[in-house]
Ligand binder design. Structure first.
Ligand code: R5P
Length: 270
């Protein structure tokens, strides 16, 4: 691995712990104005100090993130479908690597729909992105997207994640599942988990703790942070799990503490 590639990866996987808290706010690329992301700039401003990297599209990066912001960018390169269309796998690479370089991306990312109608084109898109990434020293994060009719179990996620790694992805983002150790132990590159749909805060923390215990190097979490009743509390709690190894109960106290102190501040203002 050359210096540039290693350097970019180390901006995301923090050298002190080898782990990462990625904040995912790319949902609008197929969902439009997702709950909590109507005004992305406003949503992410208080979260940025606690995120190790920001995953988003070029449109949101250009318009919502001040260029002076010091955070590694993971740029979504694929798109082309929407929630109005039955087959979400109908997407392709839409951003050039030259633009990713101009936007100073630390990593580039796309979804791979293993077993879906567009398996071949999305995997070929991933492989081409890896070719480009290798040329310029930019790591590729592959996202294992799961079709509606597929089961999120260790057999499927292990297969999809391994295929992404075999095609050259430098990091893989997948979902947590029962028997997650089977997934991480057969993938030879760092694995992070998506948070998935919004769940009660404690459940999201349990999932993050279990994922780390079973071999993930971190999270790429969105809705369970920005849709929480205390987004800052949640990202601080997740961060403590990922980087400090705290228990679920300790993390939950961090979330509750932040929520309480914000409520107290807003009472004072009134
Ligand atoms: C989905 O395709 C997007 O890439 C999201 O970034 C991803 O699902 C992670 O966000 P969440 O934690 O909300 O699932």
């Amino acid at each position: 691995m050359d210096w540039g590639m290693k350097n970019r990866i180390s901006r995301i996987l923090k050298p002190e712990t080898g782990k990462t808290v990625m904040l995912a706010v790319d949902h609008g690329y197929f969902q439009g104005p997702t709950t909590g992301l109507k005004n992305v700039g406003k949503t992410i401003a208080p979260l940025l100090p606690y995120a190790d990297a920001l995953m988003l599209t070029r449109g949101i990066l250009r318009t919502q993130v001040p260029a002076e912001t010091d955070i590694p960018i993971i740029l979504r390169m694929s798109g082309g479908s929407s929630v109005l269309f039955d087959d979400l796998s109908d997407e392709e690479i839409q951003v050039t690597v030259e633009e990713a370089i101009r936007l100073n991306a630390s990593a580039i990312t796309c979804s791979a729909f293993v077993g879906g109608a567009n398996q071949r084109s999305t995997l070929t898109g991933l492989a081409k992105l890896v070719n480009e990434g290798e040329r310029y020293g930019i790591p590729v994060l592959a996202v294992t997207a799961v079709g509606k009719d597929m089961v999120r179990d260790s057999r499927y996620l292990g297969l999809a994640s391994r295929i992404c790694a075999e095609l050259g992805a430098h990091m893989v983002k997948t979902y947590y599942c029962e028997g997650f150790k089977k997934v991480t132990s057969s993938v030879p590159v760092p694995v992070v988990i998506a948070g998935g749909k919004k769940t009660p805060e404690k459940d999201a923390l349990i999932k993050a703790r279990a994922a780390i215990d079973e071999g993930a190097v971190g999270v790429d979490m969105g809705r369970n942070i920005f849709q929480s009743d205390s987004p800052v509390g949640m990202i601080k709690a997740v961060r403590a799990i990922v980087h400090e190894g705290v228990s679920v109960d300790e993390a939950y106290k961090i979330y509750q503490g932040e929520k309480r102190s914000k409520a107290a501040k807003s009472r004072k203002k009134k």
